[in-house]
Design a protein around this ligand. Structure first.
Ligand SMILES: Nc1nc2c(c(=O)[nH]1)N[C@H]1C(S)=C(S)[C@@H](COP(=O)(O)O)O[C@H]1N2
Ligand SMILES: [Mo]
Length: 366
């Protein structure tokens, strides 16, 4: 059996899509490339990924428990959380499996194209302030976040859980979010409360948060020590995923063919545009190509109001009649860049495939 977003070792295969993958693709959705026009993604257009079922939450009994190796265990209701100082930040979140469909052979899992991303304005409470209030004991090395949702993956029955090291947990931009784009979290995005770790792939931003536990040994549960790791072979431990690699996407110009999404573009001067992000460092450069990646020209970068939000880019294009393969690639300030094709980053789980975005287009005769 396949498992969502966390391909089992040895399950990598080639097309056609399986019925299970199609089933996952209808439960979980990507965002729409034309929605790159909005800096803040409307909530309904934000990508969605849920491993199991969206849990039912009874707000008359729900409270966040903060316990484990702490001086003062806390039990916080939504009113308690909302009465604390709040922070709001625009944050780009992307699934670690984004780009998986471009890898060959591909992992059997949620079959993402390049659309597993969104940039929303999240509001909540700084995680560090709550951890300070609870008081971590000296022996604590990690904090564990447990969601309310349960399921089975590769025969392992589990609650959805992930941990963070103390360095990450105390980063000032890490928050527990109870609102998105000014409204309460919708059920599918983690109502009533989720962890939000800006800069990291989405798997670590645990939805439907029930508890936070301070622990004295690194957490080795399924979603941490088995899933979300880069490996070539099934029997190697692999390397844990964390930050988002740089990626840029373009608003496909012109109009699409219904089935293939191939574009028809009217001739004449136009502007290519889109957005770019990286979890490692600010975006330093975006380049576009109209010839499939043979030659590149620098795009102009827009303002970056929030370090962890994507940045807009534009590039002029004088579209002459003909056939084109439009490409865009981003480089961050650490020098991380996007590979030309997906082969370079092939891995068994189909993670972190940030190959350049390609859009084919026909510029019609005048
Ligand atoms: N409790 C819980 N948290 C979760 C998940 C989940 O299945 N259960 N999915 C994770 C994954 S893999 C991703 S990519 C993001 C997706 O967040 P979104 O659906 O709000 O876009 O949530 C993460 N948090
Ligand atoms: Mo994900």
């Amino acid at each position: 059996m396949s498992s969502l977003d966390t391909a089992e070792p040895g399950s990598a295969t080639t097309p056609p899509l399986t019925p299970e993958e199609l089933g996952l693709a209808t439960r979980n959705h990507g965002f729409l490339l034309e929605a790159l026009r909005y800096s803040v993604t409307p909530v309904g257009l934000h990508y969605l990924l849920t491993h199991y079922d969206v849990p039912q939450v009874d707000m008359s009994t729900w409270a966040l428990e903060i316990g484990g190796l702490v001086e003062r265990p806390l039990r916080l209701t939504m009113d308690d959380l909302r009465s604390r100082p709040s922070v709001t930040r625009a944050v780009t979140m992307e699934c670690a499996g984004n780009g998986r469909m471009n890898m060959s052979p591909r992992a059997i899992s949620q079959p993402w194209g390049v659309e597993a991303v969104g940039n929303a304005e999240w509001t909540g409470v700084r995680l560090s302030s709550l951890l300070e209030e609870a008081g971590l004991r000296d022996e604590v090395v990690e904090v564990l976040f447990t969601g309310l949702d349960k399921g089975v993956e590769n025969n392992v029955k589990q609650l959805y859980e992930r941990s963070l090291t103390l360095d990450e947990a105390f980063r000032e931009e890490v928050m527990l979010a109870y609102a998105v784009n000014g409204g309460p979290l919708p059920p599918q995005h983690g109502f009533p409360l989720r962890l939000l770790v800006p800069g990291w792939y989405g798997m670590t931003s645990v939805k439907w948060l029930a508890s936070i536990e301070a622990i004295d040994t690194p957490y080795d549960g399924y979603q941490q020590s088995y899933a979300y790791r880069l490996r070539q072979e099934a029997d190697e431990p692999g390397e844990a995923l964390n930050r988002m690699r740089p990626r840029s996407l373009m608003i496909p110009p012109g109009v699409p063919d219904f089935m293939t999404r191939h574009r028809s573009v009217p001739p004449g001067p136009t502007t290519l545009e889109g957005r770019a992000w990286s979890g490692f460092a600010p975006i330093a450069r975006v380049e576009v190509s109209t010839d499939g990646g043979e030659t590149w020209a620098d795009a102009e970068l827009g303002p970056q109001p929030d370090r962890y939000a994507w940045v807009g880019w534009t590039a002029p294009w004088d579209a002459k009649p003909g056939e084109y393969e439009l490409c865009v690639r981003a480089t961050d300030a650490d020098g991380n860049c996007q590979p030309l094709d997906a082969e370079a980053d092939w891995n068994l789980g189909g993670y972190a495939c940030n190959a350049v975005h390609r859009v084919t287009a026909t510029v019609d005769p005048a």
